[in-house]
Design a protein around this ligand. Structure first.
Ligand code: FAD
Length: 393
């Protein structure tokens, strides 16, 4: 099996993690083809939050398996282990307790803490509408671009090759198996296995093979807020009351992202042409939520905004595995804004699928991530969804 030639289409976190895992496990010929430069897709916009809080057990397990990777890499990928909290109101206390118990059953280091403890960690936070909190001491955040480049470096050290500015026009087949890819300039690269890890753009490569990948490009805005004073090491907050998430950014700033996906269909965009700044109305809305949650910041000011695009399947969870009736074709896309933290485990799962034909991790059944689940009407859903916040992904 390790004599196979594998082409990975896409040089984001996922494609590079897959290349790293395959090369690390002895696959002699691994080639990553990236149409622009490495990490230029969703990866370059990632907030890089590390946590194991998922409503789907296999995803929680994957996130938990990935934590030691961040711990080991540490400063090399900008990992700051400041902890991670989920805060909920009364209406979601039961779901938070149930999810936390599920996480503890998987061996995840997480606990429910009371609001007083949260207040002591985050003195400038308004906690009056917070009923319950979960706390993961080993969570935090890191730099997604740096992690992608690290995977690339590791893959190369193990013999993989990476080509940038090498757009793949189509996946080639011979009979019922893949035979390689054709680049936009007409060059043909032969392969026994083709892994399509091209984020939202995977849908087009699939469509050309007659495979429907239901996926949308959803624009998500972020703001950088200057708190007006230097900030200590504060845990990441996933605020399921106000529907926002916040983490430190530099010394006195923090990054705020939107977790209100109620009207997400209105924000589908062309991922090659979208506005990279938050609109006035949304800045006002986000600023209001920040002021509500953090009244203790002396002089908060929005200093910068930007936007990124999530590749969103109908259940907001990825497709990972063989697709269609084409031998050697593997799809790995649709991470919908949560692929960073699980990227180490995703690479390992794809290496398992290519080399062993199945997942070797009993907590991570490959069947969870089949493409067919959409057509069968069996989405991969949270066991204990949060009211108003939808699924915690
Ligand atoms: C704003 C934002 C915030 C996020 N925050 C978090 C977070 O806090 N925590 C978390 O876990 N996740 C987060 N994510 C999600 C995470 O960053 C993504 O799931 C992950 O980076 C996706 O990696 P990818 O490799 O699948 O896709 P991408 O990074 O999009 O990479 C796909 C690559 O394929 C290339 N490509 C496309 N078509 C072709 C082709 N035909 N030929 C060759 N190459 C091609 C593209 O140029 C691109 O580089 C966030 C995402 C965004 C956008």
């Amino acid at each position: 099996m390790s004599g196979q030639k594998v082409v990975v289409v896409g040089g984001g976190l996922i494609g590079l993690s897959i290349a790293r895992a395959l090369a690390g496990r002895g696959v002699a010929e691994v080639l990553v083809l990236e149409r622009h430069s490495l990490a230029s897709g969703g990866t370059g916009k990632s907030s890089g939050i590390v946590r194991a809080h998922y409503g789907v057990p296999s995803l929680a397990a994957m996130a938990w398996r990935s934590v030691p990777v961040f711990e080991e890499l540490g400063d090399a990928v900008g990992f700051r282990q400041v902890g991670y909290t989920v805060i909920v109101g009364e209406e979601n206390a039961e779901a938070l307790a149930a999810n936390t118990a599920m996480h503890q059953g998987l061996g995840i280091d997480v606990d429910l803490i009371d609001v007083g403890k949260l207040q002591s960690m985050w003195p400038m936070m308004n906690v009056e509408d917070v009923a319950l909190v979960s706390y993961e001491p080993r969570g935090g955040f890191a730099d997604a671009t740096q992690l992608a480049l690290h995977y690339g470096q590791q893959a190369r050290a193990d013999g993989a090759r990476i080509r940038q500015h090498a757009p793949v026009a189509r996946v080639l087949t011979q009979g019922d198996r893949v035979s390689g890819v054709e680049l936009e300039g007409g060059e043909v690269v032969e392969a026994d296995v083709v892994v399509v890890a091209s984020g939202w753009w995977s849908a087009k490569l699939m469509a050309d093979l007659g495979i429907e990948l239901p996926i949308e490009a959803y624009r998500s805005e972020l703001i950088i807020v200057d708190a007006g004073e230097p900030l200590p090491d504060l845990p990441v907050v996933s605020d399921l009351v106000s529907l926002q998430y916040c983490r430190l950014e530099g010394a006195g700033q923090f990054l705020v992202g939107n977790s209100d996906h109620a009207d997400f269909q209105a924000k589908f965009v062309d991922p090659d042409r979208y506005s990279n700044v938050a609109g006035e109305a949304s800045i006002m809305r986000y600023a209001e939520k920040v002021m509500h949650r953090f009244p203790g910041f002396p002089e908060p000011a929005v200093t910068h905004t930007y936007a990124g695009v999530y590749d969103v399947p109908p259940d907001w969870n990825p497709v990972i595995g063989p697709v269609g009736a084409i031998d050697g074709l593997v799809l790995c896309a649709g991470f919908a804004g949560h692929g960073f933290k699980i990227s180490p485990a995703v690479g390992d799962l794809v290496a398992d699928l290519v080399l062993e034909g199945d997942s070797t991790d009993p907590d991570v059944p490959a069947s969870d991530f089949r493409l067919e689940r959409f057509a069968e009407g069996r989405p991969l859903s949270s066991l204990h969804p949060y009211v108003g916040a939808g699924e915690m992904r």
